[in-house]
Design a protein around this ligand. Structure first.
Ligand code: HEM
Length: 216
């Protein structure tokens, strides 16, 4: 149970403005990444469909976020995915990765244009080599919200993402989204996996740039 202090408004005055320097375990995600060997297993009427995909992920540091005594550093991200055999977007996703230095909490907020959002929470392993975040339908803390159609036809019960940082500087993920598909008896494991290689370094966060810069 979280201890909420009496003063929920006063913000710390000694906040380090350097977003990149305070990302903790998220530091290795900052930058622009590409992966050409993604694999998706998605639900189709005739059963699970496997598709190979190409992925680009941009993760840029944001300014420190203080809410009263709570302080987060983080990355704003955009995932864009094309199936290997067609030009139309196969998956698009935006959100934030957030890190709370005081507690080690890691959060991923995600939004996808099916009318679905989630806030997943977790932490890094002690050696910093993996990060796991999870969200469950019905939780008011780390939960999932969906349109009425998705709720009725593809009820999303759980989401789990595991990231592994590889020795060569790449990182890999396995994403599991558990779907209750209308008319089926068992949960469907909608799984995605890929390995990402850095193609560009991150920018600095806005506070670290000249004051005339308004670009996010
Ligand atoms: C690399 C990541 C992902 C890829 C490439 C991907 C791709 C797909 C594809 C191709 C479908 C079937 C679409 C169709 O038949 O119209 C699908 C279905 C779905 N996905 Fe994902 N997905 C990804 C991640 C996620 C995540 C993270 C979530 C939610 C947390 C999610 C939620 C859903 C849901 C609810 C459906 C069923 C609804 C539907 O078929 O329209 N997906 N996904």
């Amino acid at each position: 149970m979280i201890q909420v202090p009496d003063d929920i408004f006063t913000e710390p005055e000694d906040v380090d403005p350097d977003g990149l320097a305070n990302l903790g375990p998220l530091a290795r995600l900052a930058g622009v990444w590409e992966g050409r060997a993604g694999v998706d297993i998605n639900p189709k009427a005739e059963g699970p469909e496997r598709r190979d995909f190409l992925e680009r992920i941009e993760m840029q540091p944001i300014d420190p976020q203080a809410n009263g005594p709570q302080l987060f550093y983080g990355l704003r991200y955009h995932v864009h995915i094309l199936a290997s055999d067609e030009d139309a977007t196969f998956h698009d996703q935006v959100g934030y990765w957030l890190y709370e230095p005081a507690t080690g909490l890691i959060m991923q907020s995600l939004a996808i244009p099916r009318g679905q959002v989630a806030l997943a929470g977790g932490r890094a392993s002690d050696d910093g080599k993996t990060i796991v975040v999870e969200a469950k339908r019905g939780s008011t803390e780390f939960g999932i919200a969906s349109t009425a159609f998705l709720e009725a036809a593809f009820r999303t019960d759980a989401y789990r993402l595991e990231i592994t940082f590889n020795a060569d500087g790449t990182w890999s993920y396995v994403s599991d989204t558990m779907l209750m598909v209308k008319g089926q008896d068992e949960l469907f494991r909608h799984r995605d996996r890929n390995t990402l290689t850095k193609v560009a370094d991150p920018r600095t966060n806005p506070l670290m740039r000249p004051p005339t810069t308004i670009e996010g």
